[in-house]
Ligand binder design. Structure first.
Ligand SMILES: [Zn+2]
Length: 169
């Protein structure tokens, strides 16, 4: 029981954990922190084998659950709004997600910061709920990903959307 695990045994235990992770360093003992690569998300994060086998998950993903922006974009060509959320910090600038949309002709109208991803998701759902009877702003063939979070600008006053977004601020 107190025998130190071999490298192979330690690696096998990591891969067998609730959140399987690949040990990236020589094994020296249960309580030592190692760099692991989590199989589900691909992030690298340091923790001990002891924490891993007791069910600790990826710390980078945990950060992703923290402060989150809810953002509203508009598109002149599509005459559409789009709502979305993105982590405030996740090893990259928060607006890297926005940049991807700007590249496709979207511009940022408004953003609100929430302390947790869950709150941002709730506010996003509230906005989508207010759009539920209106047509999508973008057709699936115009936008592979995320057309379900768009609405035709004809039906929506920006001030109404901002009011729902800001309620959670
Ligand atoms: Zn992760």
């Amino acid at each position: 029981m107190t025998r130190k695990l071999t490298q192979e045994e330690a690696e096998a235990k990591g891969l067998d954990a609730k959140y399987p992770a690949q040990l990236l360093e020589p094994y020296k003992g249960r309580m030592v922190k190692y760099k692991y690569r989590f199989l589900n998300c691909g992030h690298e994060w340091e923790l001990s084998l002891n924490n891993l086998v007791t069910g600790r998950g990826c710390g980078a993903c945990y950060l992703d659950l923290g402060p989150t922006y809810l953002y509203l974009l508009q598109h002149e060509g599509f005459k559409a709004f789009k709502i979305g959320i993105t982590a405030v910090e996740h090893g990259r600038p928060w607006d890297s997600r926005i940049r991807q949309f700007e590249y496709k002709g979207w511009t940022l109208v408004h953003k609100v910061k929430f302390e947790t991803r869950a709150e941002a998701e709730a506010a996003e759902q509230a906005v989508l709920y207010s759009w539920r009877y209106f047509p999508d702003g973008v057709r699936p063939e115009q936008m592979k990903d995320g057309y379900g979070e768009t609405v035709s600008r004809v039906y929506v006053l920006p001030a109404d959307v901002l009011a729902i977004m800001d309620k959670g601020d």
